[in-house]
Design a protein around this ligand. Structure first.
Ligand code: PMP
Ligand code: GLU
Length: 400
């Protein structure tokens, strides 16, 4: 008997970010010099006091199953952090700790969406949203946004995309892949439509600590009364504390009912997130925070450098890089040309040729729902960035 892949999974796209990173690693393993700007993952080591906490957790015997939705101390730390940062009050029972924010998103969609529900996703969007939503039978509705407005959805665009089936809005701020973030007044405009249309919002704020502008970041539920009751907040330790491999993220649910549904789902699917990682995340949230600012400052230095280099690339533009660690460059003027004899017609071909010919790994805009663009991660060393931009410059110069 042949074993077939389910119809549902036959339509699932693999993560393009992870696929490009894997391609880069494969070439590196073959001995090629590769400048990897593909993955959004801090290159810093996890701070020492966090690693120590993990060792102590193991020694203290925290090596068993935990409550499925996470240890109470970590839920409390998450709640305390939201109170301190944004003045938002939640109870620890509203928090579900998961195996990374990606898993928290999967829980949130699965716990709240029904087949046929429409979810509005502003494009460019991070690669995993649409696929995770499709797994629930709900329908991603992609709404294109413009580079000239920082790739941000406005109230009119949101209103226009509404149908009787619209159930949810996905907001990612600061944005992966664009690096821009929504101001308070922009969020207010969106909030009014959300309240009017009775929508649920999933607000992915995983980059909230990586901001490079004078204007502070605004957390979505703070902008209007009534939003906290309809927003599922997503965050985690991966980006803020350089802890991608530890796999700890969380959702803060608007109601205990939704939190319980997510916890129950997790109890059947994964039991609980890694016990040791949960204690490490607890140390991250409750320990000294100077490491966060040290890393943020270094990202800002790289952001400044990358902005300078992009400005010198002929015919290439980018939205202002205000947060996260991505540059989303417009390469549309460089498509339809020959690179070393190969005709390059779209962003996917451009990124693959850039990798093949110059060893620079990036991610094609088409994977984020934006043809004509490429995403560069600057969560890598200055040396790598400098060499990568030299190669990109040469690549563009050689195109005919
Ligand atoms: N949301 C966004 C916007 C991201 O860029 C990422 C990157 N991994 C995630 C969620 C998931 O983070 P993790 O699963 O590593 O916590
Ligand atoms: N979020 C990061 C990125 O976009 C890590 C990879 C992933 O989870 O997709 O590169």
């Amino acid at each position: 008997m042949t074993v077939h892949v389910s119809r549902l999974l036959q339509t699932l796209e693999p993560s393009a970010t992870l696929a490009m990173a894997a391609k880069a690693k494969e070439l590196k393993a073959k001995g090629r010099k590769i400048y990897d700007l593909s993955l959004g993952e801090p290159d810093f080591a996890t701070p020492e006091h966090i690693c120590q906490a993990a060792i102590e957790a193991m020694r203290a015997g925290h090596t068993h199953y935990t409550v499925a939705s996470g240890i109470p101390e970590l839920k409390q730390a998450v709640v305390d952090q939201y109170k301190k940062r944004y003045g938002l009050t939640y109870s620890p029972q509203q928090v579900v700790i998961s195996n990374g924010a990606k898993h928290a998103l999967h829980n949130a969609f699965t716990a709240t969406l029904n087949p046929g529900d429409e979810v509005i996703i502003p494009a460019p969007y991070w690669v995993s949203y649409s696929e995770l939503i499709k797994l629930t039978g709900a329908v991603p509705v992609i709404v294109k946004t413009e580079e000239s407005s920082g790739f941000k959805l406005n109230a009119a665009q949101l209103r226009q995309a509404l149908t009787p089936r619209t159930r949810m809005l996905l907001l990612c701020t600061p944005s992966n892949p664009t690096g821009t973030f929504y101001t308070k007044s922009e969020l207010e405009g969106i909030a009014d439509v959300v309240l009017d249309a009775d929508l649920t919002v999933v607000a992915d704020e995983i980059y909230d600590q990586l901001i490079y502008t004078a204007e502070p970041f605004t957390s979505f539920p703070t902008v209007r009364p009534g939003l906290q009751e309809r927003t599922i907040l997503i965050n985690g330790v991966s980006k803020t504390y350089a802890m991608t491999g530890w796999r700890i993220g969380w959702a803060i649910a608007p109601t205990l009912e939704v939190a319980k549904a997510m916890g129950d789902l997790q109890s059947q699917e994964t039991s609980n997130p890694c016990s040791i990682s949960q204690y490490a995340a607890l140390a991250a949230l409750t320990g000294p925070q100077d490491c966060v600012e040290t890393m943020r400052r270094e990202f800002e230095r790289r952001r400044d450098y990358v902005a300078q280099r992009i400005a010198k690339l002929p015919g290439v533009t980018a939205a202002p890089m205000q947060g996260a660690f991505y540059a989303f460059i417009n390469i549309s003027q460089h498509l339809g040309k020959r690179y070393g004899g190969t005709l390059v017609e779209n962003s996917s071909e451009w990124c693959l040729e850039l990798l093949a010919q110059k060893g620079v790994a990036t991610v094609m805009g088409s994977a984020f729902g934006a043809e004509g663009y490429a995403r560069l991660s600057f969560a890598t060393s200055m040396e790598t960035l400098a060499a990568a931009f030299d190669q990109i410059e040469a690549f563009l110069q050689e195109a005919k």
